[in-house]
Design a protein around this ligand. Structure first.
Ligand code: NAD
Length: 471
């Protein structure tokens, strides 16, 4: 299969290319074109040319275009699903869920309305607050949920009147490039450019003077580099970064009832979700039965190549991430902990690690203090809920958090005290396009989604209009 960039509405290959690896087999899946600096410049020039026409359309007209994009996407769903499984590693059902969600996600975002506001209207005149698109948006995305994250940002950027350049992760560029192909018949040339590349392309984008905003989703370390680079021409920046979400299980829950939901909130996508539960605080009175439930679930999961319809958990997405998670595991094994399930790599090709439950672990270990981004969950014992809240908040991360209880009011009160952008009671789930999403502390800057998110793709402009012509 051939993969090309989409630049100014046309397919383009590059002189250079790189391998994309199937993580379930550790073999080469395809070659991906590696965009040159000149190709980025061409994409930026095309996006700037397209901006005047696209930004002049009404929200309704842009919504119609994006709905057509969504319908086109639906038509190609069945060919995208196995490609996403092969490049990302997730099971078929998860790939289907991610891809099927795309048109709906687009529809939801495009159903939101940005209204101009009248701030004052009296005998002296009228003051209006209007919103203008920013120009060209650079969208940089990670490898864990490549299509859903890209579509969320593309829809927001385009619907608000901007044009865009999207760069997928070099680990998972293929489905995104295919998505670019199907937009060529739908969107005016230059409105959406999709280019893939190696380690240089992201920094070129963040430093590019022709790009007005960067929407970045990825790690905290890279996010800080993006912010520093974007400062050169004061690009607007939204950063959606890593997390180390805590879940606190109160003493009033029945472990048999909630363990399954918590397990999958930690292990879906092989633990490679920004909003996965990564630290689990369980009350001493139910600690042992809870750990046992989790261990039984971990042992029952079918791990393997996502193309097998029976498989529930795939591999780590890439070798670097696999080795990083093995490093966490080695460090954990040196601590005085109990490993109740897993704790080892699978003896087969590919980047597989058995789902791992670690009990009797505490803060001060890498597994609790850092974000492993893999199938390994530390279960931490507590006796006093005030102490659990303090420990849950004692981190530089602040993406999500949850409280699990049979008393909703008690749960809501504690959820409000967790220092995170999103908190839940009895769930720990994924973003909704109608609800603002983003991180507190070092988990991000700004918000995606909802009217709040859409406005971050726009510049607020105050227009002062006198009541009568005074001159
Ligand atoms: P990463 O930071 O390594 O890479 C993310 C993207 O940035 C990739 O496209 C990469 O090519 C690009 N990039 C790398 N260096 C760059 C630079 N100097 N300048 C500009 N771009 C650069 O992250 P990753 O390993 O792909 O993804 C995993 C991380 O992403 C985890 O920490 C996870 O929690 C986080 N994440 C956050 C969210 C969220 O919404 N908050 C969602 C998904 C993933």
């Amino acid at each position: 299969m051939e993969f090309t960039h989409t630049i100014d509405g046309r397919g383009e290959s590059s002189e250079a290319s790189f391998d994309v690896i199937n993580p379930a087999t550790a073999t080469v899946l395809a070659r991906c074109p590696d965009a040159s600096r000149a190709q980025l410049d061409a994409a930026v020039a095309a996006a700037r040319r397209a901006f005047s026409g696209w930004s002049a359309l009404s929200f309704e007209e842009r919504r119609d275009y994006l709905h057509r994009f969504g319908r086109q996407f639906k038509e190609h769903l069945e060919e995208f699903i196995p490609l996403l499984v092969r490049e990302q590693g997730k099971p078929l059902a998860a790939a289907r869920a991610e891809l099927s969600y795309t048109p709906l996600q687009m529809e939801k975002l495009c159903s939101l309305e940005i209204r101009n506001e009248v701030l004052r209207d009296n005998s002296q005149g009228r003051v209006e607050l209007r919103y203008r698109p920013l120009g060209v948006v650079g969208i940089i995305t990670p490898w864990n949920v490549p299509i859903s994250i890209a579509i969320g940002r593309i829809a927001q950027a385009l619907y608000t009147g901007n044009t865009a350049i999207q760069k997928p992760s070099p680990y998972t560029p293929l489905t995104t490039l295919k998505m670019g192909e199907i937009t060529r018949d739908v969107l005016p040339p230059g409105v959406l450019n999709i280019i893939a590349g190696g380690d240089d392309l992201g920094p070129w984008m963040t430093a590019h003077p022709g790009i007005d905003k960067i929407s970045f989703t990825g790690s905290v370390t890279t996010g800080k580099k993006v912010l520093a680079s974007a400062a050169a021409n004061l690009k607007r920046v939204t950063l959606e970064l890593g997390g180390n979400d805590a879940a606190i299980v109160l003493d009033d829950v029945d472990p048999a009832k909630v363990a399954r939901d918590i397990f999958w909130a930690a292990f879906a996508n092989c633990g490679q979700i920004c909003l996965a539960i990564k630290r689990l605080y369980v009350h001493d009175s139910i600690y042992e039965p809870f750990c046992q439930e989790l261990a039984n679930l971990a042992k029952s999961v079918k791990v393997g190549d996502g193309l097998d319809p029976e498989v529930q958990m795939g591999p780590l997405q890439n070798k670097m991430q696999y080795e990083k998670v093995l490093g966490f595991l080695e460090d954990t094994k040196r601590q005085p902990v109990r490993i109740l399930a897993g704790g080892h790599a699978l003896d087969r090709p590919g980047y597989f690690i058995a789902p791992t439950i670690v009990a009797d672990i505490k803060e001060g270990t890498r597994l609790v203090d850092e974000e492993p981004f893999g199938p390994i969950l530390p279960v931490i014992r507590y006796t006093d809920v005030e102490d659990a809240i303090r420990r849950a908040n004692d981190t530089r991360y602040g993406l999500g958090g949850s409280v699990w209880t049979s008393n909703i009011d008690r749960g809501a009160a504690i959820a409000g005290r967790l220092e995170a952008g999103t908190t839940w009671v009895n769930q720990h789930s994924l973003p909704d396009p109608h609800v603002p999403f983003g991180g507190a502390k070092e988990s991000g800057l700004g918000r995606e989604y909802s009217v709040l998110g859409l406005k971050s793709y726009m510049e607020a402009q105050v227009v002062n209009i006198p009541a009568s012509p005074s001159r």
